[in-house]
Design a protein around this ligand. Structure first.
Ligand SMILES: Nc1ncnc2c1ncn2[C@@H]1O[C@H](COP(=O)(O)OP(=O)(O)O)[C@@H](O)[C@H]1O
Ligand SMILES: [Mg+2]
Length: 484
């Protein structure tokens, strides 16, 4: 049984009241999930201050409270530790509570604007049995699967999962590290043995304010790596050199450029996938994969770099790449017949650009794209997405993504305003099902229809309701089962 004083660490607390050498059953930040004997860490969030829920936590049996606020006189019986930074305290306490499991695992953190989910799944496959993964698809290893609301979960869930993975015999953990999780100290106490940088662009500016803040958040993951740890960097990305300048660890780069340590020597993209040869410091590796498009070759190179650093051999890499199944909704085929229908999660201008460019390379006929933009999120990307679509697609159907609190028509108007001057090859249809129908009606032999934005999601969020919606199902419904 751990005690509050050992979990907190002396430097963490500014002031306290009551018995600090108090047994702690568990650590929680959501008062509704507090059980008797737990420590309630009352986080001062953007919208709500956890201090408002101390009453609820105490009523459920919380033995102690950790907060940036001084001890509250209303709860005289509960032990109270005041800390400088509540999120840091939550992370440190959760890690110690589970005996710092990240030290015993080989943790590979994957960050970047796009490609994290795919790269994590690839790394898990390449490293083979004994590898766990955390990210948008949840937390899982053989025999255990837990859903996550956040791409990078809060520290208590994160470390509890790591402890379970360790106990089950896992040695590797590949995890997505979102920039929000870095800014909010969720992974402060995770010891990474490698950090992978996939790509960088302007998503999430609503949260981070400026591009610099956003990049700084990502950079912090690399700055903290020590001499026996590795950075694995996209050598084609203009941000690469900025990261390299800040490193105190060993690094390798991957990409198409001749300077990259791991580079694509030969490659051919088709609607079946990609095959070719990689040049690596350990020699050439022949590969083939069912992953579609140029950006996925970047993800393949990122994952191969990580595997090589981990000592995985070329043969194992080739066979694992060949058997890897694309992650649902990441450039995955929803229908293959006369024309191809692809569902993809691209919901930023950067991802949309990569997606369209990638499919331009493999489309004989016309490229038709259906997309929208999420409401109540970064609005600046809407005209940029439009500009990209009008430049790279032949036909565009603008529709709704998850409108959330906004009026779908207003979002569409923001997008339409961004089309290149004179661009008229578009239709606007707020009903996503009808919009997909329009695109499929227009498609003829040789065309590719890209349905972008929602990927694996099976819901659509409106102001007053959330409805079931699945791009794959809609395609099946419109085209029948048949040759998919
Ligand atoms: N390396 C990459 N560079 C640019 N865009 C990418 C890359 N990999 C994937 N994408 C695009 O981003 C979308 C999301 O990919 P995903 O692997 O889920 O990344 P993330 O977890 O970072 O959101 C994909 O559907 C694709 O359109
Ligand atoms: Mg993800």
């Amino acid at each position: 049984m751990k005690h509050l004083d050992e979990l907190l660490g002396k430097h963490e607390s500014l002031a306290w009241r009551g018995e600090l050498h108090l047994p702690v059953n568990g650590i929680g930040y959501d008062s509704r999930r507090i059980a008797p004997g737990d420590c309630f860490v009352a986080i001062k969030g953007f919208q709500k201050d956890g201090i408002a829920f101390v009453g609820d936590a105490v009523a459920r049996g919380a033995g102690s409270v950790v907060s940036v606020h001084p001890p509250a006189p209303e709860f005289p019986l509960v032990t109270w530790a005041q800390v400088k930074n509540d999120r840091r305290a939550l992370s440190a306490m959760a890690s110690r509570f589970h005996d710092d499991p990240s030290r015993a695992l080989r943790v590979i953190g994957v960050t970047g604007t796009n490609g994290k989910t795919t790269t994590v799944a690839l790394i898990q496959e390449l490293l083979g049995p004994g590898s766990a993964a955390i990210g948008t698809l949840g937390m899982h290893f053989a025999g255990d699967s837990r859903p996550t609301k956040l791409t990078t979960p809060e520290a208590p869930e994160l470390f509890a999962f790591m402890a379970a993975a360790l106990k089950a015999g896992c040695v590797n953990l590949a995890m997505e590290v979102s920039s929000a999780s870095l800014s909010l100290h969720r992974v402060d106490d995770v010891v990474f043995s490698q950090a992978v940088f996939t790509s960088f662009s302007g998503d999430h500016l609503d949260f981070h304010g400026t591009m610099e803040n956003y990049f700084e958040a990502k950079l912090s993951l690399f700055k903290r790596l020590g001499s026996d740890q590795w950075a694995i960097l996209n050598g084609d990305d203009p941000m690469g050199p900025h990261i390299i300048r800040e490193l105190n660890c060993r690094y390798v780069t991957f990409g198409f450029s001749e300077q990259a340590d791991i580079r694509a020597l030969k490659f051919a993209f088709s609607t079946e996938g990609v095959k070719g040869v990689l040049q690596t410091p350990r020699g050439k590796i022949e590969f083939q994969s069912r992953l579609l498009g140029r950006f996925n070759l970047m993800n393949i190179m990122a994952a191969v770099s990580s595997a090589l650093v981990n000592g995985v051999g070329a043969e194992r890499i080739s066979s694992a790449l060949a058997s890897f199944q694309p992650v649902k909704g990441r450039a995955t085929i929803a229908h293959a017949g006369d024309f191809l229908v692809v569902v993809d999660y691209a919901h930023t201008d950067d991802a949309l650009e990569n997606l369209l460019q990638a499919f331009r390379e493999i489309t004989r006929g016309r490229l038709i794209v259906v997309f929208g933009a999420g409401g109540s999120r970064d609005k600046t990307k809407r005209p940029r997405m439009a500009r990209v679509a009008s430049r790279l697609a032949d036909l565009v159907v603008v529709t709704s993504d998850n409108p959330r609190q906004e009026d779908p028509q207003a979002i569409i108007a923001d997008i339409v305003a961004g089309f290149a001057p004179g661009f008229t090859a578009f239709r606007a249809e707020p009903d996503r099902r009808a919009a997909i129908g329009l695109a499929l009606d227009m498609a003829v032999s040789g065309d590719v229809v890209l349905i972008a934005g929602k990927g694996h999601e099976n819901y659509q969020i409106f102001k007053d309701r959330t409805v079931h919606f699945d791009d794959f199902e809609v395609v099946r419904e419109k085209l029948g089962r048949g040759d998919a």
